[in-house]
Design a protein around this ligand. Structure first.
Ligand SMILES: Nc1ncnc2c1ncn2[C@@H]1O[C@H](COP(=O)(O)OP(=O)(O)OP(=O)(O)O)[C@@H](O)[C@H]1O
Length: 709
């Protein structure tokens, strides 16, 4: 290395090392060299950022130069994130987070089912940051990256470039444009094991409302992630669009002639235009700008719609009516119009922070007047709406999510509001029925067909559910040979009872649910691929409680429900500390656990105020599990100095949840002497979930392994 450290402008140019052709380094590994890595080593030793573009991409060289010259960050060392007291205003962040969390939750939840499988399959973690680069939402608690997760994938982490060096997220926040970096293109070595990408989410008036960031430990995946991220942000913007307006009209624009069946390739995201009563444009998304022939928001906001679009709005008065219009350049467009409805629970647009002087609620995580607030479960509503549409089209549904997130609850609500609500909903827990009985349970049997059979025979669950709904819960636990039989029935819509010769036609809507990863099971040969595709017409994923930004409102709702059902006269109100615990707790048993905790609390609390002492002991102990630094994953985790200092504190970050969870699982197994059923009971989760978690953390239930640490 030392021979290439002689120039102050960077490592020697690629020109001298190759055949005289100037090569712009795009990626690590060009000509077998880790080019950004070499440049980074050079920067570490010289203390200077490279100035040439032939060893790192110009964007990387610029970012490194900013880190050294403007942010004055130390080169080549793992440094603690800076905390700038002027830019870091916790009250602002809290206000902002509260205001936006539910809007993002609703939009994200509508997309999360689709996002989730991408994130899981590609080991990517998603974070949402406020306009200054502070994380207010983490989609998978950072667990996708590796057990332990990246320390910065936690709520409140500050990703600004001046704080931690260039990352896709911090640099996107600074430059207000999408950005992505591969491993050694990051200034801080803490990010060298990762690739990061960030992209702004624009509000309809052209402001920036948030940033979406992706982090993966596939450190060469930056450009791949960026492509996906840009598209995801356009979809998210479209989903959020409505939440900025309460009055006026929304026009949906698509390319092409209303009468033409095909008008060439279309943008995946339709154009959205918000128009005030008096006909002025108050908001547009990127696709609409393109369709209207404008380049920036400034060109259109506040201008008359008629100066961009020749359309007879009265003609699309009716619901679902679409009319043909033309942009001023003569481009044919299909236009659909609707009124913005009354919005509930969703904040109005505000892309600027409130001034510091405004009164703020200083309790950091308490849901203010959540106990009295009217609250709607937008995540459940979004899932229900999607499920109902799919059911109407007879598309099979597979509901996934951890134990206790509400899969069963969703199915019951779905049945209650669907066209088959007057027919039976028949639920089968595939894990609970003994293997040898499941066939007769599902398909029934003819009288006297086997020893012990009833003389009159028995109708199976399929027949009971005829014209209604059949809910196959814990489908991942069904034995392989039965999977083949089930598939046959689903394909043919006929059953033959055991001992019978006659096939009986059936008409059932099948919904399946699982907390296992069926794709993993398919991979391992434990679940039939063809059955997986048959059941998985569309997958609905319900997020774990710890990942729900509205978890405090949900817990407040459970509290209200429980005290009403107990007929208690005096309302009970959790203290701020209790709300903080509820917010930070990892809730491995999800909503089921929350309901149990709320019930226990109501049983012991005397007086109006619920204090920390009223919380169940084991629930509190779960928060104080002290992570040992033993596992390799912790040592290797690219934590910053102050993040490391937090080890041993009560868990307070989704990024630390994997450690917490691994240890909670470990300690439950250790105290149950390796008895999985007992350990699962003590954690408030099902056995299947516990096995899943044990596999994730490489734990086995025998005494030797469990007592290893
Ligand atoms: N959105 C919700 N609002 C209020 N209560 C809920 C909600 N979702 C679930 N619950 C409650 O949480 C508990 C667990 O829900 P449910 O049994 O549907 O979870 P699940 O995902 O099916 O769990 P498992 O995978 O272990 O079967 C139930 O008491 C249910 O009433």
């Amino acid at each position: 290395m030392s021979n290439i450290l002689t120039t102050r402008s960077g490592p020697p140019s690629a020109v001298s090392r190759t055949s005289g052709v100037t090569v712009i380094a795009q990626d690590a590994g060009l000509y077998g060299l880790d080019r950004p890595g070499t440049a980074w080593d050079w920067m570490r030793q010289s203390g200077q950022p490279p100035t040439g573009a032939d060893w790192v991409r110009p964007k990387v060289a610029d970012a490194w130069a900013r880190c050294v010259d403007e942010h004055h960050l130390p080169t080549g060392v793992d440094f603690a994130p800076r905390l700038d007291p002027v830019l870091t205003c916790p009250e602002d962040f809290e206000l902002w987070r509260r205001e936006w969390s539910s809007a993002f939750t609703a939009s994200l939840s509508a997309m999360a089912y689709d996002f989730r499988s991408y994130l899981d399959e590609s080991s990517v973690t998603l974070v949402l940051c406020d306009p200054l680069g502070k994380v207010f939402y983490v989609l998978d608690a950072g667990l996708n990256i590796r057990p332990g997760g990246v320390a910065m994938a936690r709520i409140g982490a500050d990703w600004r470039e001046c704080n931690i060096g260039n990352t896709g997220i911090g640099t996107a926040c600074l430059l207000r444009v999408p950005a992505a970096f591969n491993g050694r293109e990051h200034f801080s070595p803490a990010f060298h094991p990762y690739a990061t990408a960030g992209c702004p989410i624009a509000s309809p008036d052209g402001g920036i409302v948030a940033f979406v960031g992706l982090i993966t430990d596939r450190r060469d995946a930056a450009s791949l992630m960026l492509g996906f991220l840009k598209l995801a942000c356009r979809l998210l913007e479209a989903n959020l669009f409505d939440s900025f307006f309460s009055t006026g009209r929304l026009l949906r624009l698509r390319d092409g002639d209303v009468t033409a069946s095909s008008s060439g390739p279309e943008s995946l995201v339709e154009g959205l235009v918000a128009v005030k009563e008096e006909g002025r444009i108050s908001g547009v998304n990127q696709s609409a700008l393109h369709l209207l022939g404008a380049s920036t928001h400034i060109d259109v906001i506040g201008k008359e719609l008629s100066s961009f679009l020749r359309v007879d709005l009265a003609a699309c008065e009716g619901f679902d009516s679409v009319v043909l219009a033309h942009s001023n350049s003569g481009r044919p467009l299909r236009v659909e119009r609707r009124l913005f409805g009354p919005l509930t629970n969703v904040p109005r647009a505000r892309t600027e922070r409130k001034s510091r002087e405004e009164p703020s609620d200083t309790a950091p995580v308490a849901p203010f007047s959540a106990l009295n607030a009217e609250w709607r479960d937008l995540i459940l509503d979004a899932a229900l709406q999607k499920a109902a549409n799919l059911q109407a089209q007879n598309i099979p549904l597979l509901i996934t999510g951890e134990s206790g997130v509400g899969k069963d609850y969703l199915v019951r609500r779905l049945h209650g509001c669907g066209s088959r609500k007057d027919r039976m909903l028949v639920a089968i827990n595939c894990a609970a029925i003994p293997r040898e009985l499941i066939e007769s349970e599902l398909f029934g049997y003819e009288g006297g067909s086997f020893t012990g059979a009833r003389s009159k025979g028995k109708r199976g669950k399929f027949l009971e559910a005829d014209k209604g709904m059949l809910f196959l819960d814990e489908i991942g636990d069904m034995a392989l040979d039965l999977q083949a039989t089930l598939l046959r029935v689903l394909e043919s819509s006929e059953i033959t009872p055991i001992g019978g010769t006659r096939s009986i036609p059936i008409d059932v809507r099948v919904v399946a649910a699982t907390n296992c990863s069926l794709p993993d099971m398919v991979q391992k040969g434990a679940f039939r691929r063809d059955l997986y595709y048959r059941l998985n017409g569309v997958q609905l994923w319900l997020p774990p409680l710890r990942e729900r930004p509205d978890r405090l409102q949900l817990i407040a709702h459970l509290l209200r429900q429980e005290w009403q059902s107990l007929g208690l006269e005096e309302e009970k109100e959790p203290s701020d500390d209790v709300w903080r615990v509820f917010f930070k707790h990892p809730w491995p048993g999800n909503i089921r656990e929350a309901r149990n905790v709320v019930r226990a609390v109501l049983a012991v609390t005397r007086g109006r105020r619920i204090n920390i002492d009223d919380l169940p002991r084991d629930f509190l102990q779960e928060m104080n599990v002290r992570p040992n630094p033993a596992p390799a994953s912790l040592d290797e985790a690219p934590a910053f100095a102050d993040e490391r200092a937090s080890v041993g504190r009560p868990v307070d970050a989704p990024g630390e949840l994997a450690d917490w969870e691994a240890r909670a699982v470990h300690s439950a197994l250790a105290s149950s002497g390796g008895n999985v059923a007992k350990a699962a009971r003590s954690l408030g989760i099902t056995r299947a979930t516990l096995y899943h978690k044990m596999a994730r953390y490489g734990l086995r239930s025998d005494r030797r392994i469990v007592s290893r640490n």
